[in-house]
Design a protein around this ligand. Structure first.
Ligand code: UDP
Length: 416
């Protein structure tokens, strides 16, 4: 079996934690790797945006990335990628014809790829599977402005993809519910397949060793944030919450440090810092948190595991989250998460068992929950044990198994 995966803007080989690279890039890389191990050949088609990425890159034996040129070889805002989708689609089709490739299924990721799948699936005569990773209508509910000016066109494409695809994958039952309620998805088309974690990278190590590796003091109380630096990740709520803790417990001012991982610039960006980081630095200054916040930039996965292990807690204050890989990775390292009661986070974290859940956007509730975990050693140990246990239920192997089963179902001849 051969699968054409479409991921127009998220290259599975991209550096993670940048302006627009995160969970989806990792998901596609890990899924492609696992499917290839099962003997399913995978070609991931993505836009060429780095000069030093070869046209064809192997992810693993049997899985490769094929970079297609559309527009300038550089980062492009989403709507500029959208404006060049015809060029991308033609590039994929031309490559496939030139190399006489045949696929059994198209598996598209995110709304941008949905349009490409829509054009190619009928031409190639193959079924089309869609996974959105985030949904425009859900994002619209929590964001005060349409940051990328994408909302209307995005939602229209999502609606069409839900109707036309043979199957839609949701990362949690919450996302499946949103697809049904907001997009009128037929329940029979939906498959709930939670994301995974790699236990070889993300597993507990002694906190003292992790701190030594980072050059951090053993007595510090370390709060970790990991992710793209965007309003939707709620980092400004987190900064306000740290300010609230300091006002309630002035004696902790010298002890607590917030480590912010993520926000690397894309190569070729040519800009000093993303606007969001500049804004956050302003917020740090406003709350007089300069001594309490360290922006450490993006980290690769093995190094990230050291950060999770060094931390006393990982804060995931997202306004919305279709799954929340960061929470799962932290839990796999045995570091409790204080997260928001939104989307997939509610399914990954069981409140008061494997972490704490607070309402999104509520800085006071976040401050209170974080203070509890930081100050109550017994609670921290209990949540850490619960988190480790919970994380065992998730693996990329299971994701691959469920996706392979879905492909097999779609290949069954339809009974008449
Ligand atoms: N990540 C990383 N290095 C960084 C920042 C993030 O490897 O510096 C990874 C992180 O390990 C996680 C992913 O990026 O796997 C973020 O996924 P998540 O589902 O939390 O958020 P998304 O980016 O999908 O919104």
């Amino acid at each position: 079996m051969r699968v054409a995966m479409l991921s127009v803007h998220a290259c599975p080989m991209a550096k993670l934690g940048g302006r627009d690279s995160g969970g989806m890039n990792l998901y596609i890389r890990e899924l492609a790797r696992d499917l290839a191990r099962r003997g399913i050949e995978v070609d991931v088609f993505t836009r060429q945006r780095e000069h030093d990425h070869p046209k064809i890159q192997e992810i693993a034996p049997g899985a490769r990335v094929i970079h297609i040129e559309s527009g300038p070889v550089s980062y492009l805002p989403k709507m500029d990628v959208y404006d060049r989708l015809d060029e991308f689609t033609a590039g994929v089709d031309a490559y496939v014809k030139e190399h006489d490739l045949r696929y059994d299924v198209i598996h598209a990721h995110y709304w941008l790829s949905a349009e490409v799948a829509r054009a190619l699936a009928p031409t190639w005569g193959v079924p089309r599977i869609q996974m959105f990773h985030t949904l425009g209508l859900v994002k619209r509910e929590v964001m005060d402005e349409d940051v990328d000016g994408e909302s209307d066109v995005r939602v229209a494409i999502e609606r069409r993809a839900v109707q036309e695809s043979a199957a839609v994958i949701a990362a949690s039952e919450i996302e499946a519910g949103e697809l049904e309620e907001l997009y009128a998805a037929e329940p029979a088309k939906l498959r709930i397949i939670p994301c995974g974690v790699d236990p070889e990278i993300f597993h507990p190590v002694r906190q003292a060793d992790a701190r030594r590796a980072l050059g951090r003091d053993e007595c510090e109380r370390l709060v970790l944030f990991v992710g793209r630096i965007e309003q939707i990740k709620g980092i400004d709520v987190l900064l306000r919450a740290i300010g609230i803790i300091f006002r309630a417990y002035p004696e902790l001012r010298d002890e607590i440090c917030l480590l912010v991982v993520g926000g690397a610039l894309d190569a070729e960006d040519g800009e000093a810092e993303t606007d969001k980081i500049v804004e956050l630095r302003r917020l740090v200054h406003e709350h007089r948190l300069e001594d309490a916040v360290d922006f450490v930039g993006s980290q690769d996965q093995p190094r990230l595991a050291v950060f999770y292990n060094a931390a006393d807690l990982c804060a995931v204050p997202s306004l919305t989250e279709s799954f929340g890989l960061v929470a799962l990775e932290s839990m796999a390292c045995g570091t409790p998460v204080v997260g928001t009661r939104v989307g997939g986070l509610q399914t990954v974290i069981e409140n008061d068992v494997s972490g704490l859940l607070v309402p999104a956007g509520d800085d006071a509730a976040l401050a209170e929950a974080m203070a509890r975990v930081l100050l109550d050693h017994a609670l921290r140990l209990r949540l850490a044990a619960g988190a480790r246990e919970r994380a065992k239920a998730y693996s990329w192997h299971r994701v691959g198994e469920a996706v392979a089963a879905l492909y097999a179902d779609l290949m069954q001849p339809v009974e008449v």
